[in-house]
Design a protein around this ligand. Sequence first.
Ligand SMILES: CC(C)=CCC/C(C)=C/COP(=O)(O)O
Length: 300
Amino acid sequence: MPSPKAKNRSGGGGGSPVTGNGGGRYEFMSLNRAAAPSSSSPLPPPHHHHHPAQRQGSDPLSATARLRASESPTRRRGSGSSTGSGAGQGPGMPEEDCMRLNPSILGIALSSLLAIDLWLSKRLGVCACEDSPWGSVRPLMKLVEVSGHGIPWLAGTAYCVYKSDSSAGREVMLNLFMALLLDLVLVGIVKALVRRRRPTHNRMDMFATFSVDRYSFPSGHATRAAMCGRFLLAHLVLAAPLRVLVLLWACTVGLSRVLLGRHNVTDVLFGFWMGYCQYNLVEMLWLSPQALQALLGPLA
Ligand SMILES: CC(C)=CCC/C(C)=C/COP(=O)(O)O
């Protein structure tokens, strides 16, 4: 996630934030810092309708200073333009030409959320290794990790298909198998797109990981736990205590990801949400016995 500091645009000196005294060094202004545009500023001069007092830089709008790439000192210097065709001389700036020099409230909120996420995840990573505060619980959490791993679920589901003696049972288990494959594909795509590194305190000693599993967002265990939890509750006739056990298992799998240091809290929360939605997709794409027969042939 980009930090709220613009890169130094040229080798120039410090220069005051944004007013860009030719040094080309820009820093994001905080929301309550407004710089009075200077004559050499690449910033467009304040519009005539601004109250004079606002021209002193107190105008909050100048706090949302914008810079048109074509007017940045480096670009302008390169163009040799000395006809004042710089700051704001041209027509209204098209939005896509502007680089916001001021993080929006949303940007600040997201950065704060990320900081809280990293801090909380670090605090909750109490089983990240043997000499962590809860190192003695690590073996149990690793067992929970295996219970949510893709391979045991795929193997277990395939075994149930093989042992099933009714077409209805086979239909349910085959759809669960397809759901697990769908989960792997979707999680793999999101991981490959987001490419968020796992927490620094994670000790990557997980068994049977795939290439994208080096990435943290989202938690594949959390998506699988949520999707399979919903699937079992919807398609298996379970007594109430067992239903509660399924829910507890799914929550424990998610919690274990953070306790083991495998994921940040947001990776798991998003994973739960994604897995919950994946189940809706599974229901929408439910494969009938005929479709399974056509798809898998004698296996169905
Ligand atoms: C190789 C297969 C069939 C599954 C991989 C399962 C796995 C290692 C997922 C990663 O889960 P987290 O993203 O929660 O660490």
